[in-house]
Design a protein around this ligand. Structure first.
Ligand code: F6R
Ligand code: MG
Ligand code: MG
Length: 366
């Protein structure tokens, strides 16, 4: 049997052109050059470098397994190199997501987002890498639930005997640094109780009942690492498709509904998640609204055949239109909730400082 393949998606915002809207082509080129050299030496099977808004996304295949020091260090060093380019061009927020000074074994907990899966390649192996900007990892909860647990979205849960058993969801509690598994459909209502609160509980991994990995999302929260607001986490998620997994179209279907996610301007506002083509992943209006792109690949002997730009389809025009309508409606609230996040969500922004500054002016009411 052939060796297992690892698909690693590692991403970071290390500088924006202009402001927080996009990544400079020189940084993209430097990333491609560096990964190209490593591939030539046999250190990677294949790679694809892309971006969503101001986030650079490294999509890599290799045989080293998840959490591999060499692969993580490669990504870290690449982000450091791109930070230097960003600094030389005085791009905005150069090095923003590199929260630690020196690499120490794993890139996890250092700022960049990571999603990795290891699997035995099937006869044909379609995967989708979803990448978002101006939002946090909890943004995946709703679509992942739809894809892997809702038969009104995913016909395969009913029709395909290999999916009929359902899936297991690993959910992390990012505040308490612990995780819990739910098995669906049995634990459906319990699962929803938790993932309906996406700020704290985030779906990290999904498994088929036979143990096969089906999806993996980055769940790194920058604010929890840094202790202050340093930019949104802008998460990624890998979803395996077809033949015992949801069809490509079932995995894309939830994004026809632009659900409300946290993020947008200053990471402090609720807004619709707009599915867009690669070309349109440039969040500019009020630094948003939040975007999601979908890159489809066929993994073939470790090669990434693709990508296909899966939201480049007029069938998602209505979702984009609706997202703009929702954006208008929410923006009309200005600084009021529920457009602006609740106070508890602003705890990593200037809110605590303002509270301290004004503490003496508060009078006890009778
Ligand atoms: C959102 C984001 C931006 C910035 C905003 C202010 O994730 O990064 O909305 O928060 O542009 O940036 P600063 O405070 O650097 O001027
Ligand atoms: Mg940025
Ligand atoms: Mg970003």
């Amino acid at each position: 049997m052939a060796d297992k393949i690892t698909l690693s998606v590692i991403k970071a915002d290390v500088g924006g052109l202009v402001g927080h809207t996009s990544v400079h082509p020189d940084m993209m080129e430097a990333a491609r050059q560096r990964l190209g050299k490593v591939k030539t030496k046999g250190g990677l099977s294949d790679f694809h470098v892309t971006r969503c808004g101001d986030d650079m996304e490294l999509i890599m295949t290799h045989g080293e397994g998840p959490d591999n020091e060499k692969i993580h260090k490669l990504a870290w060093d690449l982000f450091v190199e791109c930070t230097e380019i960003a600094k030389s061009l005085k791009l905005y927020g150069a090095g923003q997501d590199l929260l630690k000074d020196a690499f120490s074994g794993t890139i996890k907990g250092m700022g960049p987002g990571v999603a990795e899966i290891e699997f035995q390649e099937r006869k044909s192996d379609p995967v989708i890498v979803f990448m978002a900007d101006k939002t946090s990892p909890g943004a995946w909860n709703l679509p992942l639930f739809q894809i892997f647990a809702n038969p009104f979205n995913t016909a395969g849960l009913i029709i395909d005997p290999t999916m009929h058993e359902g899936f297991r969801f690993k959910v992390v509690d990012v505040f308490e640094n612990r995780s819990i598994e739910f098995s669906c459909p049995e634990d459906l209502y319990d699962l929803l109780m938790f993932i309906g609160a996406p700020r704290r509980f985030m779906i990290h991994e999904i498994y088929r009942k036979d143990g096969e990995i089906a999806a993996c999302a980055s769940t790194q929260k920058l604010s929890l690492i840094a202790g202050k607001y340093v930019g949104k986490d802008d998460p990624v998620v890998i979803v395996r498709c077809q033949s015992g997994f949801p069809a490509v179209g079932e995995a894309l279907e939830p994004f026809a509904f632009p659900h409300i996610v946290e993020g947008w301007m200053r990471g402090s506002h609720n807004g619709p998640l707009m599915p867009v083509s690669f070309e349109q992943a440039n969040p500019s209006r009020f630094d948003g609204p939040p975007r999601v792109i979908a890159a489809g690949f066929q993994v073939a002997d470790g090669q990434l055949v693709g990508p296909r730009d899966l939201f480049d389809d007029p069938a998602f025009d209505e979702a984009r239109k609706k997202a703009n309508e929702i954006a208008n409606y929410l923006r009309a609230h200005g600084p009021f909730e529920p457009h602006r996040l609740g106070l508890e969500d602003l705890e990593y922004t200037t809110m605590p400082k303002l509270m301290d500054k004004l503490a003496a002016r508060f009078q006890r009411e009778a």
